[in-house]
Write a protein that binds this ligand. Sequence first.
Ligand SMILES: Cc1ncc(COP(=O)(O)O)c(C=O)c1O
Length: 300
Amino acid sequence: MPVPSARPEHVSFGNTIKRVSDIAFAYNAGIRMFAVDAEEELEKIAEHAPGAQVYVRLIVETSSADWPLTRKFGCDRDTALKLLDRATELGLEPLGFSFHVGSQTRHAEMWVPVLDELSRIWTAAQEAGHRLQLLNIGGGFPAFYGEEIQAPTDYAAAVMELVEARFPGAERVMAEPGRGMVAEAGVIACEVMLTSRKSDRDMHRWVYLSIGRFSGLAETEGEAIRYQFVTPHDGEATSPCILAGPSCDSADVLYEKRPMNLPLNLKSGDRVLIRNTGAYTSTYSSVCFNGFPPLDVVIL
Ligand SMILES: Cc1ncc(COP(=O)(O)O)c(C=O)c1O
């Protein structure tokens, strides 16, 4: 059976930071829609993708996501309005706005402050005479990592209801769900490499796994994403332990501020499964940091 592929006219180049050669490549491949959050980016697009459609990414300052995507991306209200005008001056077609509520936004109601904030910019742009057609609501749809989340269809319906009530005239609402679609399709198999205590007075054991921050579990940064572990001793007595990766970097500690409860009998050589790791893991894995090979991917 042929693998369905997206047609270029249905693809948008959503990164706001693009090389000119990548803009030209996308344009030559038939892609016509590009995200921007800066004037210089508009100028690059005008030169290398003449006449393209653009949407302006808005900064999100009220995210309550587990993995927020704030500050680095987007621009404020006044800049956004200026960019819409500048796009027209440069012969581009400004379509509307995009934003990302923050990855792993666990419940639809957590979108409310973000949507309230951004809908004021939408209204301001309409009042300034812009005919906005598109709202790209990005991702944020959650995966199950142990904390309660809303079922995907309830979540999506609730988000759409909140969006429709706040963005009048948005003929096209586009979404880019990532984690929510793929995380639960993946599992990482690793092993315990060492368990230890640093002293007799050590409160917690250390458990070192064969995977760490640099071999796929980058989203443990700040202990933001808390994965679930399946071990051969599940059901036996547990205690909190500090979980760390195998590399020679002391930043390679997964959970220390909030230690992870794991079976007391866990020992070197035990195979451990990490649930729901189909998103943002293998692609984060370093090529060969400290000689550890990149995460091997097996598709079943
Ligand atoms: C622009 C954009 N859209 C969508 C996504 C997917 O987000 P999520 O995995 O939270 O659904 C990302 C993730 O980084 C992104 O940067």
